[in-house]
Write a protein that binds this ligand. Structure first.
Ligand code: CAA
Ligand code: NAD
Length: 304
């Protein structure tokens, strides 16, 4: 199976040709850097904005390394083609520390910290500063897409574009229809998804959308199983890899996503739905309080 299908084949169904040629990604962390990479390798001009210059340096390094992986997969032993692919894609990426310097784009995707008030402030600013035609999108995991855009005027040119980690590898893009999204914006989002090689699905603005609504109970029950001492972390992960065909076990995947993100996503869906499967898990709370957030801090359910 071609895991890097993103670069070679298109699956989103849309009658519209992609008109989005310039993309700004606000937030240069784990997700923002991946989104910037896939847009650049699809031939689009990209600007990454992050408040922290060191995050921008880190994003550029990781994009360069990941482009080499993609290039080697595409061009195998042809070193000069790999080099040209990496250079061309990388040269399309600029960086900025101020959003004011990056608003001239056809599409602006927000991938900053998962906090409603911070996202709202950013969208209000983008709405004021960006050209009229610019489409705005959020990559939120679990916050209501409509609540994030409560203060913006261009609600017809706004919605959710929810990517999955690692962005260059995961083939899905959830397109979340904002309350007042126009058909034109919806088609433009589908066409853009196709242009970067993702398979799009559409979902209403419902807590967790499709993937996190279903992944949440699965990972929550896995953490509770471990918390009760019913099985070791390793055995739970081996069980789901070998018994159910998942590429990673649920605890490994929670460490990979980040335990803070996991806790936040479960908590947000619980607040909105009151479904007890999403209720707080003392072990998860404890690990987050101790700063054991998974791979990014060197320890979560496992040590790295
Ligand atoms: N960029 C480009 N290519 C990459 C990459 C990256 N960042 N990371 C991995 N790859 C490529 C590798 O080059 C490799 O390619 P080949 O198969 O051609 O060699 C392939 O992907 C597999 O990588 P690895 O061999 O390093 O590792 P692996 O086989 O263990 O796979 C994995 C790693 C792709 C992450 C796999 O374990 C997996 O799919 N895990 C599940 C991930 C998942 O479920 N993500 C969704 C999380 S939920 C979410 O994101 C939503 C949210 O809101 C929280
Ligand atoms: P991250 O912490 O790796 O990156 C967030 C970045 O945003 C940081 O580098 C931070 O400096 C920057 N930032 C914060 N406020 C900013 C602002 N006002 N302007 C510019 N930059 C700002 O986080 P992440 O894991 O990349 O998540 C980003 C978003 O994507 C969140 O909404 C998250 O819920 C969502 N998401 C995460 C995952 C995942 O698996 N981690 C998957 C899908 C969606």
């Amino acid at each position: 199976m071609n895991k890097l299908i993103g670069v070679t084949r298109n699956f989103c169904s849309s009658s519209t040709r992609n008109a989005i040629k310039t993309v700004t990604v606000v937030g240069g962390g784990l997700m923002g850097s991946g989104i910037a990479q896939v847009a650049a390798q699809a031939g689009q001009n990209v600007t990454i904005v992050d408040l922290q210059p060191e995050i921008l340096d880190k994003a550029q390094k990781s994009i360069q390394n990941n482009l080499v992986r993609v290039g080697k997969k595409l061009y195998k032993d042809d070193a000069s083609k790999v080099e040209a692919f990496v250079k061309d894609s990388f040269d399309r990426i600029k960086v900025a520390t101020k959003v004011e310097d990056a608003v001239n784009a056809d599409l602006i995707i927000e991938a900053i910290v998962e906090k409603l008030d911070v996202k709202q402030e950013l969208f209000n600013k983008l709405d004021q500063l960006a050209p009229g035609h610019t489409i705005l999108a959020t990559n939120t995991s679990s916050i209501s897409v409509n609540e994030i855009a409560a203060g913006i005027k261009r609600k017809d040119r706004y919605g959710g574009l929810h990517f999955f980690n690692p962005v260059p590898v995961m083939r899905l893009l959830e397109v979340i229809k904002g309350e007042q999204m126009s058909e034109e914006t919806y088609q433009a989002m589908l066409a853009w998804g196709a242009s970067i090689g993702k398979t799009c699905i559409t979902c209403k603005d419902t807590p967790g959308f499709v993937v996190n609504r279903l992944l949440g109970p699965y990972s929550a029950e896995a953490i509770r199983l471990y918390e009760r001492g019913d099985a070791s972390a390793q055995d739970i992960d081996i069980a789901m890899k070998l018994g159910a065909g998942y590429p990673m076990g649920p605890l490994e995947l929670s460490d990979y996503t980040g335990l803070d993100t996991k806790k936040f996503v479960l908590g947000t869906i619980y607040k909105k739905t009151s479904n007890p499967v999403f209720r707080p898990i003392p072990l998860l709370d404890k690990l987050v309080e101790e700063g054991k957030l998974g791979r990014k801090t060197g320890e979560g359910f496992y040590k790295y």
